[in-house]
Ligand binder design. Structure first.
Ligand SMILES: O=C(O)CCC(=O)C(=O)O
Ligand SMILES: [Fe+2]
Length: 224
């Protein structure tokens, strides 16, 4: 299944997401991404599902396979086509292995409060029990409306703005019960290590809720 950047962008515009499959990355790339996460995992992290690291802009990885991937024609081509302007790329690495501290924000069916295009890669095999990413196809159109309505309530004061961000409504079941969406409306993406997909964060989605004894490792690129 070889999709052109144009086809990927069209799918994301239409459905909010495009699943690219599991044969885009070389063994070297996967090994390096995993090793990078394992190195970071020595550091503390305040993430209820395990460990999560925002490693900042991709240039922090200059000269490594991570920067090389960020600069690939796939990532840069899809991003420039989607945004029609320059964008920035941040690299996140996460390891989900805990389910006894309650639900982290990404565990609730939600759209993101900051509009982003994300490249999401499973670095470990992910089955139904390993906290797969779930999504509601096509929901990004409603998600965009809800996000923009929320933004209108922003006030022009930086302290309130920050507070507003923390309190900003983005969870379907808690904040918009009248819409009737529940986590059970969402479809999981199951796949082996290397499985990659691209989504617009206005899409209703959640993930990271692993079963006992299971784990999931992920690399995400945030483009905006
Ligand atoms: O961990 C997941 O599968 C969901 C992550 C998420 O909510 C996001 O990347 O915006
Ligand atoms: Fe999210």
């Amino acid at each position: 299944m070889i999709l052109t950047n144009q086809e990927i962008v069209e799918a994301v515009r239409e459905d909010g997401i495009c699943v690219l499959g599991d044969d885009f990355l070389s063994e070297e790339q996967k090994d390096f991404f995993l090793l990078s996460l394992d190195q970071l995992s020595k550091n503390d992290s305040d993430y209820k599902f395990g460990k999560a690291y925002n490693t900042g802009r991709s240039h922090n990885w200059a000269g490594t396979p991570i920067a090389e991937f960020c600069d690939s024609s796939l990532v840069t081509g899809v991003a420039s086509n989607y945004f029609n302007r320059q964008s920035t790329c941040e690299v996140f690495l996460t390891h989900e292995y805990k389910n006894d501290e309650g639900l982290e924000r990404n565990g609730f069916l939600h759209f993101d409060r900051i509009h982003t295009l994300k490249f999401f890669i499973y670095l470990t095999d992910c089955d139904e029990e390993s906290g797969p990413f779930h999504f509601v196809s096509g929901s990004h159109k409603l998600g965009k409306q809800l996000r923009e309505q929320g933004n209108l309530s922003y006030v022009d004061n930086f302290i309130s703005n920050k507070k507003d961000y923390d309190e900003k409504k983005n969870r379907l079941e808690e904040d918009f019960p009248e819409l009737g969406y529940t986590a059970s409306d969402a479809t999981p993406i199951i796949g082996k290590a290397g499985t990659m997909f691209v989504f617009d964060t206005d899409l209703f989605h959640y993930g990271g809720k692993i079963a006992n004894g299971k784990e999931r490792k992920v690399m995400r690129l945030h483009l905006r």
